[in-house]
Design a protein around this ligand. Structure first.
Ligand SMILES: Nc1nc2c(ncn2[C@@H]2O[C@H](COP(=O)(O)OP(=O)(O)OP(=O)(O)O)[C@@H](O)[C@H]2O)c(=O)[nH]1
Ligand SMILES: [Mg+2]
Length: 515
């Protein structure tokens, strides 16, 4: 009873139900998990084993071999799709493994192929290889070495003579060691690679998935299955009692990172109304609160352009000739003075700004001097830009020297050494962040919020005057940079909380995206 009464009271206190979505109660929000980078290990499927089996029929005493081949392992594919905005799902999984091929069976039945796996990532993902372990390369090296030294070839003996290797051969179940010693093994067949492997990107992998992909792309082909015993029939041995094991699947550790976080990035001091603006424009349920640092991680909302809710249908071809039906907005934590020195949520925040195509500087008109606020934001952004430029230069130099994929290192050693199969290093180090520096050359505009509050009119006029002066060159660009973007900078007064003035933003963003 008591509870009921209370909630009723709250409902009565609610001023305008129509906009309650924009001024939500503290617990009405969805914390969307978000990750802009992750390390993922992929494993192509291992092949199934070949089978040792013989025809068994009534009047056939010692039937010919009929063991089927093992199925090949599943492949790993990747696809960048519109609609995905974050890498958090992959970050949680850490490992994506394709299925193993099934073993071959009697009566010449081949094993089934292993199941494929598909990794879906947001458009704008960069994939970089950290290390790889490719068993095929090892097998090929061993094979070349054996050929060179001729240790397995006994002239006159058909097919040559090999020896039993537990990791390569399978024998008839129940074969005892003494029998095994007497058995004659043929030479190991040359390593085989799936014909799909030709489609794999070259190692070390570096993929820039900046377009929506209609079909998945192969990144690691499954390994081949083993050979059944009919393959080892020779004139001397008509009933071979061995088959080969399937090949082990290839493993690759990848660093995935979002290069483009969103089309529009909201840049503003804490508590100015960025999250409210995001909610007013999109489907987001970002957390809103009347205190600083309500937002602790980026929220990415999607603005559907023609949603049949009175929002104008803006379908404009983007630079890539694509018809756009939506665009994404990233609301990031508030920026404070000296953020570039990693104060507040500092550098983490600025990294996100770096990765939006268009920037909206969100200024709270009720917080006093709007011009000073805009200058402060730009100062932080451009100091960060300078910092990144220095970092980038140092980093490229460093990386050019040290980066080396795992298998090229082993290849460089002399082939005469018996090579250990390269193993994956379990403690994988993250690669340094991707860099793109020119923040000040991005198109930008100003959203002046809380225009519904009293006394904001004069503040807005000052701001508008300042922007006009930037546009006609009476004032320098607030970043202080020469090549900064200032092609008719706009300032738009809105009340996000009442969803007033925000309706013109989608068209503006679409125009700027085409710049
Ligand atoms: N009057 C009025 N209040 C607003 C408007 N927009 C946001 N607010 C209020 O301002 C406060 C802060 O809003 P948020 O959207 O959480 O601000 P933010 O910029 O995301 O804040 P941080 O995430 O902490 O950086 C909330 O109490 C909002 O209700 C507006 O247009 N008019
Ligand atoms: Mg917020």
């Amino acid at each position: 009873m008591h509870d009921n009464a209370q909630s009723e009271n709250q409902n009565n206190a609610e001023p305008d139900a129509k906009y309650s979505q924009l001024d939500p109660t503290p617990d009405d929000y969805a914390l969307t998990p978000f990750a802009d980078r992750c390390i993922l290990t992929i494993e192509a499927g291992s092949g199934g084993h070949g089978c040792v089996s013989f025809v068994r029929e009534k009047y056939i005493e010692e039937g010919p071999p009929n063991g089927g081949d093992g199925g090949s392992g599943g492949n790993v594919y990747i696809q960048a799709v519109r609609g995905e905005t974050s890498l958090h799902k992959l970050a949680r999984r850490r490992l994506m493994k394709a299925g193993r091929g099934r073993n071959g069976q009697g009566k010449m039945r081949g094993g089934e192929r292993g199941a494929d796996v598909l990794i879906t990532v947001p458009v704008g993902t960069i994939v970089r290889e950290i290390q790889r372990h490719d068993p095929f390369e090892t097998a090929e090296r061993e094979h070349e070495e054996a050929e060179r030294t001729g240790q397995m070839d006994l002239p006159g003996e058909e097919g040559g003579k090999g020896s039993y290797r537990k990791d390569k051969w399978l024998v008839f179940p129940g074969t005892v060691p003494t029998e095994l010693n007497r058995m004659v093994f043929p030479r190991l067949p040359p390593p085989r690679r799936s014909h799909l492997a030709a489609l794999q990107p070259e190692a070390p992998m570096w993929l820039d998935l900046d377009k929506h992909m209609e079909t998945p792309m192969l990144i690691a082909a499954g390994s081949m299955g083993g050979l059944g015993n009919p393959h080892f029939v020779t004139s001397n041995h008509s009933r071979p009692k061995m088959a080969t094991r399937g090949d082990e699947g290839m493993k690759i550790s990848l660093q995935l990172e979002l290069k483009l976080l969103a089309d529009l990035g909201l840049v503003g001091l804490p508590n100015v109304g960025k999250s409210t603006l995001l909610r007013a424009l999109s489907n987001s349920r970002a957390r809103i609160g009347n205190w600083a640092f309500t937002t602790l991680q980026p929220n990415v909302g999607t603005v559907v352009l023609d949603n049949h809710k009175g929002r104008p249908a803006v379908l404009r071809r983007g630079t890539d000739g694509e018809l756009r039906e939506n665009f994404t907005i990233a609301d990031v934590p508030g920026l404070i003075e000296d953020a570039h020195l990693d104060r507040g949520l500092g550098l983490g925040f600025l990294r996100h700004v770096e990765r939006a195509a268009v920037l909206a500087f969100v200024i709270d008109l009720s917080a006093g001097d709007a011009v000073a606020a805009l200058k402060l934001l730009w100062k932080e952004v451009s100091e960060y830009e300078a910092l990144r430029e220095r970092e980038l230069n140092a980093d490229t130099e460093r990386r050019m020297v040290t980066y080396r994929p795992a298998n090229s290192e082993t290849r460089r050693k002399g082939t005469s050494e018996r090579l250990e199969s390269p193993v994956m290093n379990p403690s994988i180090e993250e690669l340094p962040y991707l860099t793109s520096t020119d923040i000040s050359s991005k198109p930008w505009f100003v959203v002046a919020t809380k225009a519904d509050l009293p006394g904001t009119q004069a503040v807005y006029q000052d701001l508008q005057m300042y922007i006009r002066q930037i546009n006609n060159g009476e004032q320098p660009h607030p970043s202080g940079r020469k090549n900064a973007w200032k092609r008719n900078v706009q300032s738009i007064p809105v009340s996000a909380i009442k969803a007033e003035g925000v309706e013109i933003l989608p068209q503006l963003v679409m125009d700027l995206l085409d710049e």
